[in-house]
Design a protein around this ligand. Sequence first.
Ligand code: ADP
Ligand code: 5GP
Length: 187
Amino acid sequence: MARLIIISAPSGAGKSTLVRYLLAQGLNMRFSISATSRLPRGEEKNGVEYYFLSPEEFRERINNDEFLEYEEVYPNRYYGTLKSEVDRILKEGSNVIFDVDCVGGLNIKKIYGDQALSIFIMPPSIEVLRERLEKRGTDSPKVIEGRLAKAEYEISFSPLFDVTICNDDYERARAEILKIVTDFIQQ
Ligand code: ADP
Ligand code: 5GP
């Protein structure tokens, strides 16, 4: 049976880095491309990192009941998982990996139960999170402040996840996540 791997974390904790690593490990795993109403960042392309929609298009799809879950993560900035995206991947017999915020991650876990594993990526500290976001250089200082303010709130959800992995040392964290995900997929 195909499995679902849910990765949630405060922004900057290293989700995308760990998701990219897992996708390259030959685990028959596909990334669930979310829809968002935010603008593309850097080199992001429509249909690769996200399906980029206008807020109006996003709301229309909400009204059509096309989302498995969605959140207004920041004011007037929607993020959501399209039912069609997950169905397509499961139908081809592949495992699905999600990069979603904490509330979205817990909602997906509730829908899929034992077929899904929810993983929370914990940053070593808020200070380290700030350093990584500044170093990544993709967000304005104002956006970084917003992400940090939200981080503490998101960390409060960590006990509700199946597993928590601290992304302190990258080599160690990726070895840990690979073992946990491989065991879950093969069980
Ligand atoms: P997220 O997807 O959670 O927002 P990213 O994967 O983009 O986070 O990581 C944020 C930044 O931190 C990136 O520049 C990434 O290269 C770096 N990073 C990720 N993991 C580590 C780590 N363990 N140690 C140091 N830097 C890291
Ligand atoms: P970013 O703007 O950095 O790409 O993402 C901001 C936040 O939105 C991250 O916490 C990310 O995990 C979350 N996110 C991305 N896609 C989805 C989704 O489909 N659903 C939900 N609930 N959150 C998402």
